[in-house]
Design a protein around this ligand. Structure first.
Ligand code: ZN
Length: 346
């Protein structure tokens, strides 16, 4: 089969036209991949940064965002049959540890991620455990079904924080931040404020429903403006999606006393952070967000998609064949593209 894999401990990926097809275990399904999404994680792997060098096994097929059609099922698979259009949760677990057994499988200690710890979906075929399969509703197009993984991150963050009838500040409107704007709006946020350092993305955040956007490169004046717009108290909810140290500081400064902060952004190194002012004296609730809840988030996401209130067309900016992967990665890395989808089979 065709596959994009990490051919050496360095930058880029290599296209292999004759990679062996994955072997389907008894409880696995083999999926013929239709479309895939390029994630920030794939960019780390492409650029081979410190995180990737310490985590990614050389030789692995990358990619974890996809939609496809089941081609073959293992002998012990009971629920699904060939021909079904599916996506899948990319975090796998044996479902035996404490968290997996108490509704928090997304933070199970034995979690392995497709395209990171085991072969992924930038290929004609990918193999996943039956439990991870998510049948895709016929009203959800392939282009959207290919990016349910990052959309799930946004849905999990928004739903964990609870935004209905609340004012929301989103610091960082990259792919997931932009998705969070449309998800928060659909979930009933009263007013959404955004910061970022890219004016194009801020303009899109506004188009998707933010009432006010601020260029974080122009100092911290926006903190006072956002607080003033929220009765002088500050927004009820902070969704931190940038991972930038300054955004943590300013976002918490803006948050009202007693507010809730859901943190998805990942700082590249440990932060210096004023816990006393920002969390303890403020009485803030802080939520760490990792992955998507299995499978509560997936049901919520499907429900939101079928409501017709999510606007994803402007976020999924490019679609190209997987053979053009270099162009696809360049488009994403230079910032011209937001979510770039590659077609593998159809
Ligand atoms: Zn992803």
């Amino acid at each position: 089969m065709r596959a994009l894999f990490k051919h050496h401990a360095g930058t880029e990926l290599k296209f292999d036209a004759a990679r062996p097809k994955p072997v389907c275990g008894a409880r696995d399904v083999l999926i013929r991949v239709s479309k895939v999404g390029i994630c920030g994680t794939d960019r780390h792997i492409w650029e081979w940064d410190t995180w990737a060098a310490g985590r990614i096994p050389v030789g692995i097929v990358t990619g974890h965002e996809f939609v496809g059609v089941i081609e073959e099922v293992g002998s012990a698979v009971t629920k699904y049959k060939p021909g079904l259009r599916v996506s899948a949760e990319g975090h796998t677990t044996a479902w035996l540890d404490y968290n997996a057994r108490t509704g928090n499988a997304h933070i199970a200690a034995d979690t392995r991620i497709i395209g990171v710890d085991r072969d992924g979906c930038f290929a004609d075929y990918v193999c996943v455990p039956e439990e991870n399969v998510w049948p895709v509703h016929p009203n959800i197009p392939d282009k959207v079904a290919a990016v349910l993984d990052p959309l799930g991150n946004a849905v999990h963050t928004v739903m964990a924080a609870g935004v209905s009838a609340k004012t929301v500040l989103i610091t960082g409107v990259g792919i997931i931040g932009l998705m969070a704007v449309t998800v928060a709006k659909a979930a009933g946020a009263s007013r959404i404020f955004c910061t970022d350092i890219d004016p194009r993305r801020l303009a899109l955040a506004k188009k998707l429903g933010a009432v006010e956007v601020f260029d974080a490169r122009q100092g911290d004046g926006w903190v006072g403006e956002v607080r003033k717009a929220c009765r002088g108290d500050g927004p009820d909810v902070l969704l931190e999606m940038s991972g930038a140290a300054s955004s943590f500081d300013l976002g918490f400064r803006a948050l009202r006393n007693g507010g809730t902060a859901a943190l998805l952004g990942i700082p590249s190194k440990p932060l210096v952070f004023d816990w006393n002012q920002h969390v303890v004296f403020k009485g803030a609730t802080v939520l760490g967000i990792n992955g998507r809840k299995m499978f509560e988030t997936w049901y919520q996401m499907e429900s939101l998609l079928l409501s017709g209130r999510l606007e994803l067309d402007d976020i999924i900016t490019h679609e190209m064949p997987i053979e053009n992967f270099k162009k696809a990665f360049e488009t994403m890395i230079c910032g011209d593209g937001i979510k770039v989808v590659m077609s593998v089979n159809g």
